[in-house]
Every structure is written in structure tokens, then in C-alpha cells.
Design a protein around this ligand. Structure first.
Ligand code: AVJ
Length: 310
């Protein structure tokens, strides 16, 4: 089964569940990626700016912990400013290995990074990083594998899946390796809710664009105007629940199947989990990591954490 047909099967399966859901990975067509970029620049969306600030402020200490001749393995295609800050400051890297399932996007961004850092061996790997994958053998033998997972992307995973993903990272880091990860923190719910309900309405556009993406690329017939964006912070679960709410009783077709939606019925499009420092450390411990260092901003909004394999 190719990527497109397994994606379609996944979408159909999610819409067939009693509580309809579509994976957040379907946010990111070209328009969705542009809208996400716009989100990262919103005044309410504190995550990106805060994480970049933490990286700039602490990159020398990070480089010291990582040591020389490491292999930096990024889970995700790595086109961000945060990656560039690391590549600039880590000491004589053995290799930079971005890992992503979307081949076109991965190879384009790897090529761009290679041109900016000609002295670093860039070795992209096309793989689904939620499952173990083989690492390339760089020309320079790495002294240590550092898995990099910025952006609080870990927040998209439900807690069991997040723990399973940490286990894969632990496997790829090997026994003397480490994980450098960006983790968004639990805080005043008003701050979190504002970040996912921005006054300019960009997050609503981003959420609704998923339906347009499914129409364009998977032959669905969603009427995006029949849905409204909804995002609430569930304090007990420590996560933002992002949904599209049907504004009328109607039906949609995709992949030869038809789905009935009630007036007010929700489609879950994303969870964004927020952690306490203790909660994240406990989960990481179960996956074989010990938290060595945590950097945060002055308001404790966001954390960048360095965990070592145990
Ligand atoms: C890319 C998963 C970190 O959870 O904040 C932003 C995605 N969704 N606004 C997040 C997102 C709505 C974002 N992550």
C-alpha cells in the first residue's frame, strides 16, 4: 500500500469511529504549513518564540553537554531556526540526520541545510519515526547520538503514544546517547486557551484548512463553511482539545464512504498536551531517560530539556 492510500484508509478509519477524528498530520499541506508559520508569529502563540529564546540563551551550555563529534538526529524534517542555532554551535558534528516520512519535503530541506552548512555531513532518512528505523553510517564515527525533537511536537501524542515514541528515541540514541526536546508546560489556562484561539483567527483558518486539504488531495467533499473551529484546555487531562464542530446536520463523502454529521457534532483534529516538569520526567524515566538539565524562560511557559539514556 502506498503512502496516499494508507493515509486515505487512516482518514476513513478515523471518521468511522464513534467520536470522529482526523490526525493532525493532515494539517500540513502547503497552505497549512504557511498558516502554521503565521501561527508561530502570533502574539498569543508563545511557544515558538519562547523556545527560540531558550535555545539562543543556552546554546553554549547545550553544546558543552552534547560534546564533540556527535550525530544530531532530528525527528522531523528540521527546517527551523532552532535547528540552525544548534548546527552553528555544536562542536565538530559527525552528522546531521533529519528523519521524516514526507520524502519531498525532507530532501528539499536537507539540501537547503547542506548548502548552508557545507562542512557538516547531512544524511536525511525517509522513515516513520514512530517506529524503529536504521541510521546511516556517517564518514566520521559519531561519539554519541543526540535525538532532537523541538517544537513541543511531543504534545500531539497521547500519553501512551508519547511514551512509546520516547522508547524509539531511546533506541536510536543508543546507550551513551541523549535527547534534546522542547516541551510545553502546564500553566494558567487563560494563556493556553488564548494561544489556540487567537484574535486574528489564524488558528481557526489552520484548523478548517484541514478539510480543504482532504478535499484537494483525498477526494473528500467537505464544506468548510459548515464547520467552526473549537479549542479548549482540559485542565484535568493537561491538554488542549482542538476540534471542528459541524454547524448543521449533513453528510460528507471520502474514499467511497459517506459519513453523517449531526448539528453540533465534533471532529477531533488535534491534542496539544502540556506537561509538568515532574510529569514529563516520570514518563521519560519509564522510557529509559533521565532528565539531566531543564532550561525554561522567566515565566516558566516552555521548557527545553536534555535527557540522557540510562
Ligand atoms: C506543532 C503540535 C506544537 O500543539 O501548539 C498550533 C500545533 N495547533 N496551533 C501545538 C498547533 C494549533 C502545535 N504543535
Amino acid at each position: 500500500m502506498n503512502q496516499h492510500s494508507s493515509d486515505l484508509a487512516e482518514i476513513v478509519a478515523g471518521l468511522s469511529e464513534p467520536a470522529k477524528r482526523i490526525s493532525p498530520k493532515f494539517f500540513y499541506d502547503e497552505r497549512g504549513s504557511q498558516l502554521f508559520d503565521a501561527i508561530t508569529r502570533l502574539p498569543e502563540y508563545y511557544l515558538t518564540e519562547t523556545e527560540i529564546g531558550i535555545m539562543f540563551e543556552n546554546v553554549h551550555e547545550i553544546a558543552e553537554l552534547v560534546g564533540p563529534q556527535a550525530s544530531l538526529i532530528e525527528f522531523g524534517s528540521g527546517s527551523s531556526l532552532k535547528t540552525r542555532v544548534l548546527l552553528q554551535h555544536l562542536n565538530s558534528l559527525a552528522a546531521y540526520v533529519p528523519v521524516d516520512i514526507s520524502e519531498d519535503h525532507l530532501l528539499a530541506s536537507a539540501k537547503q541545510i547542506q548548502s548552508e552548512f557545507p562542512e557538516i555531513e547531512v544524511a536525511p532518512v525517509v522513515a516513520d519515526f514512530t517506529r524503529p528505523f536504521d541510521l546511516p553510517q556517517p564518514a566520521i564515527m559519531p561519539l554519541r547520538n543526540i535525538v532532537y525533537f523541538p517544537g513541543s511536537t511531543i504534545g500531539n501524542f497521547e500519553r501512551d503514544d508519547a511514551e512509546a515514541l520516547l522508547r524509539v528515541m531511546r533506541l536510536e540514541a543508543k546507550d551513551n546517547g541523549a535527547l534534546l526536546i522542547g516541551v510545553d508546560l502546564q500553566k494558567d489556562p487563560a494563556i493556553i486557551e488564548a494561544a489556540y484561539n487567537d484574535s486574528a483567527g489564524i488558528t481557526a483558518k489552520f484548523n478548517l484548512n484541514m478539510l480543504q486539504h482532504l478535499n484537494n488531495d483525498y477526494g473528500a467533499d467537505f464544506d468548510a463553511h459548515a464547520f467552526e473551529h473549537d479549542a479548549n484546555y482540559d485542565e484535568d487531562e493537561g491538554r488542549v482539545v482542538i476540534r471542528l464542530i459541524s454547524q448543521a446536520k449533513h453528510q460528507v463523502s471520502i474514499g467511497g464512504e459517506t459519513f453523517a454529521l449531526d448539528d453540533g457534532e465534533a471532529i477531533l483534529t488535534e491534542y496539544s498536551h502540556k506537561y509538568t516538569l515532574d510529569g514529563f520526567a516520570a514518563m521519560a524515566a519509564k522510557a529509559g531517560f533521565r532528565v539531566e538539565k531543564v532550561w525554561t524562560d522567566a515565566r516558566q511557559l516552555f521548557s527545553v530539556q536534555y535527557l540522557v539514556a540510562v
